[in-house]
Design a binder for this molecule. Sequence first.
Ligand code: ADP
Length: 301
Amino acid sequence: MKICILSRNKELYSTARLLDSAEKRGHEVLVVDPLRCYMNITSHKPSIHFKGEPLEGYSAIIPRIGASITFYGTAVVRQFEMMGVYSVNESVAISRSRDKLRSLQLLARRGIGLPVTGFSHATMYTQDLIDLAGGAPLVIKLLEGTQGIGVVLAETNNAAESVIEAFRGLKQNILVQEFIKEADAKDIRCFVVGGKVVAAMMRTGKEGDFRSNIHRGGKAEGVKITPEERSTAVRAAQIMGLNVAGVDILRANHGPVVMEVNSSPGLEGIEKATGKNVADSVIAFIEKNAQPGRTKTRGKG
Ligand code: ADP
């Protein structure tokens, strides 16, 4: 079949692996930078153009939309959906997952375990916010942070108060979260494809850091997850409406808690840590499911 990978650069590890796997399985694949697509918006015959030509005859797209291009990227995905092209992750699900607060609210509503979390933008009632999240020790996060930047551990209520006040001065949305000490600077990334965890790795923070981000010098290895962790990851992906998702979990005393659900999870860390062929799982899923008009939301919303 003809598959289009929406990605800014075909040299990126994840993109290159998906391309290679799809080609090896006999598909015709084109990598398209979504920012270079342009489109018409008509009710009769929506189309997408790239480098002067229409993108036609595709059975499926694989969106790899980075956080910084969510707005335009999801519009391109939506246009494909309007043309009846199957998208492995639908545009609405990608947009939903990019909104961390909305995601946490959706997961909480469906009973997924989460760290006790407060959020605020500009309250002066700092102590009340701290109480709402259960008191120190607390993890305070900038909502827009990535790779562990803007994630601070406040061991005492006084420290928490100072950090919250400093962040308030920056006019940022913040999360104030129960510190899962027993997670011991480790988190688990479950890679979910089509309702199954196809690979799982444990990331461990570098000595002295409670954050397990690889970019901060953490390390990763394959891990055997519990049935409860497995079902939590699968349910979290399903609630977000994502066929392909990276679900980040902390091991808390009271069971697995979800930190984040990622709609464009990277393949490099997980394939190298587990030796699993995750790219193949994604392509196999598409082979089973890509049919014209299979997009549930039909580009709505
Ligand atoms: P980012 O999205 O910037 O990576 P995260 O929210 O994932 O930020 O936090 C970075 C790391 O900090 C996590 O991978 C985890 O190891 C650690 N961490 C985050 N929140 C908590 C928490 N509530 N309790 C314990 N550790 C946490």
